[in-house]
Design a protein around this ligand. Structure first.
Ligand code: HEC
Length: 170
């Protein structure tokens, strides 16, 4: 319950400072041109959702991240969703390696950013959700971001990146 009450506090902080409903996109901006400038460290095939998720990290943080340590302040992680290619019957198609094939259009962009100046319940992380045109998703639920990512507190609140750093170091 602690997570939920704190994220409500974050929403109120957003209201007080910017007059908008959600705190996330006020603090966590969408980095311009991230597809060209960030490192695409992993692609996750979600067969259950017929979706490919492309994961990016900013290069400065990637260079500073050490296996087993908390991630550096200033880390920005982006998860970019794409629908996966299907045939006319809706069956998922695979490439020669058995991986799903991402269609070009981006369907949603999720951002999490770590900043020591932000007091959140998730180790200085805050969250934002953007639509493909780069505008904040109007009805986004940020309490869900906090509570679900809290399940990975031992991996600095990340599902894939902390583990990726550790795996790369092996
Ligand atoms: C129900 C659980 C759940 C919720 C709610 C959730 N996430 Fe995640 N998130 C995941 C999982 C699991 C992954 C790993 C990718 C996968 O398996 O789909 C992930 C991955 C990410 C990543 C890539 C870095 C990492 O941790 O691997 C970002 C960025 C992210 N989520 C942002 C968000 C944002 C922003 C929200 C809220 C709008 C959110 N998430 C809500 C479960 C969740």
């Amino acid at each position: 319950m602690r997570t939920i009450s704190l994220s409500i506090a974050a929403v109120c902080a957003g209201l007080a400072t910017a007059g908008t409903l959600w705190a996330g996109p006020d603090t966590v901006t969408l980095p311009e041109n991230y597809q060209a400038t960030f490192v695409n460290y992993l692609d996750v095939d979600r067969f259950d959702r017929k979706r490919v998720r492309k994961m990016y990290v900013n290069p400065d943080a990637h260079a500073a991240a050490n296996a087993g340590d908390d991630l550096p302040g200033g880390t920005i992680l982006i998860m970019e969703d794409h629908d996966a290619q299907t045939d006319a019957d809706g069956n998922l198609q695979r490439d020669g390696d058995g991986r799903l094939i991402a269609l070009d259009p981006v369907t949603n962009v999720f951002v999490m950013e770590k900043n020591g100046a932000w007091e959140t319940d998730n180790g200085n992380w805050d969250y934002a959700w953007y639509l493909p045109d780069g505008t904040p998703k109007p009805d986004a639920d940020f309490a869900g971001c906090f509570s679900c990512h809290a399940n990975r507190s031992e991996r600095d609140y990340t599902f894939t990146y902390w583990k990726n750093v550790s795996d790369q170091a092996k």
